[in-house]
Design a protein around this ligand. Structure first.
Ligand code: FAD
Length: 318
């Protein structure tokens, strides 16, 4: 079932969903299974699988010169998505990036997903490549997520890149996009960011999943602003339980978001990361309770590959 069909079927009940990372190259499915198995008892409506673009590494040669090499540390987003659908009979939502893909590769990836029975896709631009300050699209790639959304929408209307194709199969993907309650880090202001979010919706997006936030007011204000702009599709809050002290600096730096004073003070009191992890669980439970009362369609948790904390939250909420 599509993400939007899950939401419609729930008739106002808040669903549980999560995001996982594909394993690092060289590892097996074991870790994913160990972390997902205990969460299946909470009946997630869908499981998102992130996409990781290639990274550039430099190997030092015996003559002292550096040799550039491209590696993909977490391959197989589509394969993991299919494996999850097969093993758990739960809908998987692969992420699809503009970064690192040209339009032809995007089309082929979508054809593959369609054949594999994937019904929803999260369309993203992706970040700048490792070692670059700003995002650069590939030649004949999309510059923004909006282009990816448009391409999926075209495919949903049977329109392939080769415009000479006739009677081509129309896919039927449900399209998700990212939204930023505290604005995207590169955006000059929240208003401009919302304009571009609206452009993604106009291009065919069916639902929005937000970046993490630690103050629910930011989410509620964001939803209000979206509605005022005429963005009327479901908005799913993304929740990440804090798990290390270093995230106090890392998350604001990396994602341009605020950590509330109260949370920062409590983290300072923790003597180690074990205590921070427990505090992160408690904070996320409080966030989740309030969001659920407010009637959000889904509580979507970022697992970052480990699920012990998400299990505790799910137990308290669902
Ligand atoms: P866009 O919507 O394209 O926006 C990027 C920036 O460009 C914004 O500042 C926006 O305001 C601006 N913009 C948009 N359209 C235009 C336009 N037409 N003209 C000028 N400016 C414009 N990253 C990964 O690598 N893999 C993942 O699996 C992944 N999953 C994610 C899941 C969620 C829920 C979220 C919130 C983020 C995820 N990311 C992932 C991170 C994401 O790729 C980055 O945040 C990226 O920098 C922006 O992606 P986007 O799709 O929001 O881009």
């Amino acid at each position: 079932m599509k993400v939007t069909e899950h939401i419609e079927k729930a008739k106002g009940e808040t669903l549980f969903s999560l995001e996982i990372l594909p394993p690092l190259k060289g590892q097996s499915m074991k870790d994913i299974i160990t972390n997902l198995d205990p969460l299946m008892g909470f009946n997630p409506a869908f499981v998102d699988v992130t996409y990781h673009r290639e990274e550039v590494v430099y190997d030092e040669l015996p003559n002292g010169l550096l040799q550039k090499r491209n590696i993909r540390k977490r391959p197989s987003t589509v394969a993991i998505s299919t494996a999850i659908q097969h093993r758990y009979n739960v809908d998987a939502v692969p992420h699809l990036l503009a970064g690192g893909f040209n339009k032809d590769e995007t089309e082929n990836a979508l054809i593959e997903m369609d054949f594999l029975g994937i019904e929803s896709v999260l369309a993203l631009r992706g970040d700048a490549a490792h070692g670059e300050t700003y995002f650069k699209a590939l030649k004949d790639g999309h510059e923004y997520a909006e282009g990816v959304v448009k391409q999926i929408d075209d495919l949903n209307n049977g329109k392939y890149l080769d415009d000479k194709m006739e009677n081509a199969h129309a896919t039927n993907f449900c399209i998700g996009v990212a939204g930023y309650p505290e604005k995207h880090m590169e955006s000059p202001n929240i208003e401009t960011d919302l304009e571009y979010l609206k452009a993604k919706v106009n291009a065919g997006a069916d639902y929005i999943v937000t970046q993490m936030f630690f103050d629910n007011k930011k989410f509620f204000d964001f939803v209000d602003s979206c509605r005022k702009k005429g963005i009327n599709i479901p908005i799913i809050p993304g929740i990440k339980p804090l798990s290390t002290k270093s995230q106090l600096r890392l998350l604001p730096h990396r994602f341009s978001l605020d950590i509330p004073c109260d949370l920062k003070r409590e983290v300072d009191k923790c003597k180690d990361n074990k205590e921070v992890r427990q505090l992160g669980v408690e904070w996320a439970i409080e966030q989740s309770k309030e969001l659920k009362v407010a009637g959000v369609p889904t509580l979507h948790y970022y697992t970052m590959g480990k699920s012990d904390n998400i299990q505790k939250i799910a137990k308290a909420i669902f």
